[in-house]
Design a protein around this ligand. Sequence first.
Ligand code: NAD
Length: 267
Amino acid sequence: MKVQNRTIVVTGAGGGIGRALVLNLLERGAKVAAVDINATLLAETKEKAAKYAERLTTHLVDITNRAAVEASLEEIKAAHGAVDGLINNAGIIQPFVKIADLDYAAIERVMNINFYGMLYMTKTFLPELQSRLEGHIVNISSMGGFLPVPGQSVYGASKAAVKLFTEGLWAECMNTGVKVTIVFPGAIATNITVNSGVAIPGGATAENSSFKALDPNKAATIIVDAMEADKFRVCVGPDSRFLDFLYRLHPKFAAKFIAKQMAALLK
Ligand SMILES: NC(=O)c1ccc[n+]([C@@H]2O[C@H](COP(=O)([O-])OP(=O)(O)OC[C@H]3O[C@@H](n4cnc5c(N)ncnc54)[C@H](O)[C@@H]3O)[C@@H](O)[C@H]2O)c1
């Protein structure tokens, strides 16, 4: 769906990829409803998008709160008249620990934001998108949603749930005006670790990884291009594209390869 003159809701709009998505959509002439739980980050996004102020609204919403999500539909429709697109981008990672050491509170937090938050947004906004001639839902999974990353097993499970949910939704909407795209970013240079309240152990950094983390603005361009081209799926970054290929070729070899790469995180 071409985004010009369309109203698109973006969750996690105060963060790295979300903020870049907001700016990218505004540059392409879209109207944007920016959703985040963090008022400070949301205000920064608004400031950075000041020249497009008349096409941008911000909404302080915790996507794990179903009543708040449902209320945001009316708030956004009141501001923009209608909604044509939804990008479910908000997400967090888990602490870098093995499953045996991960407490239930952390597990529930990851599942609530990454899966249930995306679910509440999708179920709330889908009827509105179906009422339009054209609509589009983009869900942000992760390369960790198709490839097992030790120390991020529950995060991976939440993102695998996003993957299959989205592919099922694509099939259900196939012959309708609503298009659906699933996105698998590789490493993107954002503050997700800090924003998720997670410490990086073992001295692992983006610099000692085999792949350089991608600029969020580049990621946003790839994601909105995929949306405008009605793509079924898109891998964002050379790491995601390479590991997607490797995993399909030989899942066990790929699992060993990434376990070796990530070993420093679990020391
Ligand atoms: N950064 C990466 O390397 C990477 C890789 C693969 C996938 N992703 C995925 O991309 C998405 C965006 O990640 P990012 O790196 O930009 O992270 P980020 O931390 O920079 O941004 C995430 C935003 O989501 C918001 N958020 C968190 N919980 C929320 C809630 N309950 N309700 C509303 N908003 C909430 C945060 O306040 C933050 O502004 C996530 O789904 C993440 O899993 C990121």
